[in-house]
Design a protein around this ligand. Sequence first.
Ligand SMILES: NC(=O)C1=CN([C@@H]2O[C@H](COP(=O)(O)OP(=O)(O)OC[C@H]3O[C@@H](n4cnc5c(N)ncnc54)[C@H](O)[C@@H]3O)[C@@H](O)[C@H]2O)C=CC1
Ligand SMILES: O=C(O)CCC(=O)C(=O)O
Length: 528
Amino acid sequence: MFRKIFKHVKKLPFSTPKRYVHEIPEHVKDVETAGNPPFSAMVQYYLHRALQVAEGDLIESLKRHPRWSEEKRKKRVKDVIKMMTSIANIIEINFPILRNSGEYELITGYRAHHCLHKLPLKGGIRFASDVDRDEVQGLAYLMTLKCACVNVPFGGSKGGVRIDPKKYSSKELQSITRRYTIELLKRNIIGPGIDVPAPDMGTSQREMAWIADEYMKTFGYKDINSMAIVTGKPVFQGGIRGRIEATGHGLFKCLEQFVESKEWMDLIGLKTGFADKNVIVQGFGNVGQHACTYIVPAGAKIIGIKEIDGSIFNKDGIDPFDLQDYYTHKKTIVGYPKAEAFQGELLEEPCDILLPCAKEKVITAENACTIQTKIIGEGANGPTTPAADKILQERNILVIPDIVCNAGGVAVSYFEYLKNINHVSFGKLTKHRDKEVITHILKSIQDSLKGANIDVEINPHDDLNYIMECSTEADIVASGLSLVMESACRGIKETANRFALCNDLRTAAYVWAIQKIFLSFEGQGLSL
Ligand SMILES: NC(=O)C1=CN([C@@H]2O[C@H](COP(=O)(O)OP(=O)(O)OC[C@H]3O[C@@H](n4cnc5c(N)ncnc54)[C@H](O)[C@@H]3O)[C@@H](O)[C@H]2O)C=CC1
Ligand SMILES: O=C(O)CCC(=O)C(=O)O
């Protein structure tokens, strides 16, 4: 099987650059085989593994400083790597809230800033009972890599509050969110030009609206850009159309780049296209639900969904829109009448595409051998441990890594941020003007033809009409998202080919991101 992959790679025109031996540090070495590695060590391991591939190239790139010795170039690269592989800031805050019962409870929250090579930093806020320092740190690393991977000009951060949101009333959640916001603001940890949060697991536009409101009424009272304190807000409160579904939408767009490519599908022995591809999804939250609503109209069949309280299965396919209605009312997929309850391990059932869209470390060395899929699209952050990743590669399962697969969310957050600091929504100023320009172009062509005695009426066809009429914010966001995902996937594919990485798309995506972070650090100097 691997001979087949190498044959495929050899045909491509790039030579393999000279490799230097970047040492994987002792503290993450064990991660390669660990059953349940600490999350941030796991992300650091992936980063160092990619640095082993990228280091030579980074050193070569410094040949643009002709007077630098080879030693100086190597040292500069090592220095930048040190900055890339350490956390700039991490804060733990503890604050009391008054529960509805009249009792006080001490709440713990975190915010981690990874890399300050670009400001503001960007990363979601997670509400979950297992949030800890290590997790937010690992997630902040991923944000830096993700933003670089899809060319969104932010550094990486992440936050979390250690609570199970299901155990708190809406009023209590509002107190927690507002107090967490104030605690971060007091310490200058977040701000429109510093670090801009967004939704993640357990939070949604509701919490983002509370954060924006808290900022505007306090520290941001005189800040004209106060709306840009957070993204993922409701549209009526400075949000952008398309952010709610952006991560699932982006996941679909990313899958499309591989599933529609004959070269990549030949590599894993699948036909191109989504038609008749069977899909299993873990997590029917924001990411999972919206991924399903894009993948099904493209022709794929969702045959199984695993949630925290149970799994459902239907070999003929589950209608995600109908299930969304059920889920909205019942707050669970369990009992959905148009599918069977599934006992056993759904992730190990045969399918073509497996979408882990819930949480980290769900694909481990234990189940990587028994999973029966051809493609894994990582909707969640960090669902695959390094030990599992190795097994999946050996089994020629194509893993499309989180830092590109779920980057649609931050890409559209970037559009929302731009909307907020520009104080105008996309299309508002240009929509009528664009329509006029097209109408005049068509008329001008018609007049020119008339001058040459060709008397025809030129009318826009349906697609052009659609563009003229529908340049709404939602259309512009969707088209921007497609462009972001297409160009990131192209970069990753080229990197995989150039470094002969075969099916190791994770290393390719990391190398692609590292190159950009390196350029940014290197260009601005290291004294910051
Ligand atoms: N919301 C966003 O824009 C983005 C989210 N992500 C990542 O996607 C993942 C999911 O996030 P969201 O969909 O926003 O969260 P969510 O809170 O909306 O949904 C998560 C879903 O997963 C389910 N779940 C939790 N543990 C599970 C388990 N062990 N087995 C099966 N289901 C389980 C929950 O019940 C919930 O329905 C997280 O890893 C998050 O970091 C990544 C990029 C952006
Ligand atoms: O939308 C954003 O800014 C960040 C989303 C996020 O937390 C993530 O991509 O993991």
